[in-house]
Design a protein around this ligand. Structure first.
Ligand code: UP5
Ligand code: MG
Length: 200
């Protein structure tokens, strides 16, 4: 039986804001487990007997948000696996989720009372910074969505139109910790540390 309730920090920000980069650094310094919803979906897409491979493929390429049932199932399994293997690992960084109303409602429906959301770590930077970083990464990432066409959709149709309202909803509950993500990796991480040292 699981003894501890998972403690969750949602990590949000535009494409390329540096969520994954900062989560890696947080894991090195604090007792968190990093779960990137995007990475979990990309692994699931590659699993030979996955029934969702094609669907995930097309959603990611289009920069659209995969139906929450799929994502939350992957997140829940990953949390359970981590906590089963080590009962002290009950603190999670959930990176890139919840990104729209479907995600938010799915989480509330399935996880309310089963996990505590401490706050949202929001990496804030301009659209230009997001685009530049993703295009730069696209030269070597092999990601099907690091191109201008996919990026426009990820940024405008998905992040600005769907994710920002979710962040605003958490903001009204006093649950958002905003970090200027436009500085260097180390400068951004210094500001992350200030928050986590106080309330992580
Ligand atoms: N970099 C990072 N920090 C930097 C800094 N401070 N200064 C200079 N460079 C910096 O970083 C991006 C690039 O910038 C890297 O090259 C890095 O070195 C450099 P990274 O840390 O990878 O940024 P991150 O915010 O994690 O960017 P990512 O591209 O992962 O963000 P997305 O949110 O777009 O991608 P994600 O993998 O989360 O999702 C992909 C897709 O999956 C979504 O578009 C969607 O289709 C699907 N998805 C869902 O459907 N549901 C979900 O719940 C989640 C994803
Ligand atoms: Mg990422």
């Amino acid at each position: 039986a699981l003894t501890m309730k998972p403690q969750v920090i949602f990590v949000l920000g535009g494409p390329g804001a540096g969520k994954g980069t900062q989560c890696t650094k947080i894991v090195e310094h604090y007792g968190y487990t990093h779960l990137s919803a995007g990475d979990l979906l990309r692994y699931e897409r590659k699993r030979p007997d996955s029934e969702f491979g094609q669907l995930i493929d097309s959603y990611i390429k289009e920069g659209r948000i995969v139906p929450v049932e799929i994502t939350i199932n992957l997140l829940r399994k990953a949390m359970e696996k981590t906590m089963t293997e080590n009962e002290n690992k009950f603190r999670f960084l959930i990176d890139g989720f919840p990104r729209n109303l479907d995600n938010f409602e799915g989480w509330t429906r399935d996880m309310d009372g089963k996990a505590d959301v401490k706050f949202v770590l929001f990496f804030d930077c301009s659209n230009e910074v997001c685009i530049d970083r993703c295009l730069e990464r696209g030269k070597s990432s092999g990601r099907t969505d690091d191109n201008r066409e996919s990026l426009n959709k990820r940024l405008i149709e998905t992040f600005l139109q769907c994710t920002r309202p979710i962040i605003e909803q958490y903001e009204r509950q006093g649950k958002v910790r905003t970090i200027d993500a436009s500085h260097s990796v180390d400068e951004v991480f210094n500001n992350v540390k200030k928050i986590l040292d106080k309330e992580g």
